[in-house]
Write a protein that binds this ligand. Structure first.
Ligand code: HEC
Ligand code: HEC
Length: 214
């Protein structure tokens, strides 16, 4: 167990060292124009929408530009499968991916939403998974990679705090089913495959209620 912990943290530290100084070569003004066709779902402020029981639209505002760019490429190359996003990435070229990524990264982050009916016990379970994990089941705490308060770390680990619960939950299930297979060294797959539906619901609901910045 100790070895697993150390290996994971080493991988995380390594990524940070490699990627944190990178600045993406995109133009926010051009990105704003390309984003005209994204607002139907991601909204004009980039806040997206939580759709309980449906396909939630992630909040993009304030996320790391390099991370967003990598996701656009993943939808295009199929390592991240989304029938909803595929037509939109197909309309843009690589430079436009960079432009929209820089544009959204510069918008102020907006607080996401969770479901209204959540119990205190569920939230407590979610907080535990996010902050201390569950070492008996090798579930590494989210903060170990996603940064203190899950606010994101470098170019590789996106902010989770204040992201919509429905979307966080969808992504954890997407890793479990193989729809999302784009994470470096399968760092996320290793976590997601150890979580059950109750874990996923609890951590998603708790994270969505955390502030988007300190
Ligand atoms: C019809 C609704 C819709 C439209 C329009 C749309 N998106 Fe999305 N977007 C989604 C959904 C749903 C997801 C989550 C897909 C998944 O489950 O992997 C998503 C995910 C993303 C992500 C990944 C976010 C993350 O945190 O990993 C990016 C980046 C993104 N969209 C950018 C765009 C851009 C740029 C446009 C316009 C060119 C756009 N989207 C248009 C629905 C939409
Ligand atoms: C060992 C490192 C590591 C740990 C621990 C970890 N993650 Fe991640 N996570 C990643 C990486 C790397 C990515 C980016 C994957 C990519 O590039 O597509 C990611 C992405 C995500 C995303 C996608 C966000 C988005 O905007 O699409 C979600 C949701 C997520 N993680 C949830 C969690 C939760 C919940 C936990 C804790 C239970 C957790 N992660 C713990 C490494 C980790």
């Amino acid at each position: 167990m100790k070895t697993f912990h150390r290996m994971t943290l080493t991988a995380a530290t390594l990524f940070l060292a490699i990627t944190s100084a990178h600045a993406l070569d995109g133009d926010a003004k051009a990105g704003e124009q390309s984003a005209a066709m994204c607002v139907a779902c991601h909204q004009t402020d980039g806040a997206g929408m939580n759709i309980p029981g449906g396909e939630s639209w992630p909040s993009l505002s304030g996320l790391n530009a390099e991370y967003l760019y990598q996701q656009m490429k993943s939808f295009k190359d199929g390592s991240r499968q989304s029938a909803t996003m595929l037509p939109f990435v197909s309309m843009l070229n690589d430079q436009q991916y960079k432009d929209v990524a820089v544009y959204y990264s510069q918008l102020p982050a907006v607080q996401g939403k969770g479901d209204t009916e959540v119990t205190e016990a569920e939230l407590a379970h979610g907080e535990k998974l996010a902050t201390v994990g569950d070492w008996d089941r090798y579930i590494v705490p989210c903060v170990a990679c996603h940064g203190p308060d899950s606010l994101g770390a470098g170019d590789v680990f996106p902010r989770l705090a204040g992201q919509h619960a429905g979307y966080i939950s969808d992504q954890l299930h997407a890793w479990q089913t193989g729809k999302r297979d784009n994470d470096p060294q399968h760092l996320m797959l290793a976590i997601a495959e150890r979580m059950n539906d109750e874990d996923i619901r609890a951590v998603s609901q708790w994270l969505s209620r955390q502030p988007v910045q300190k």
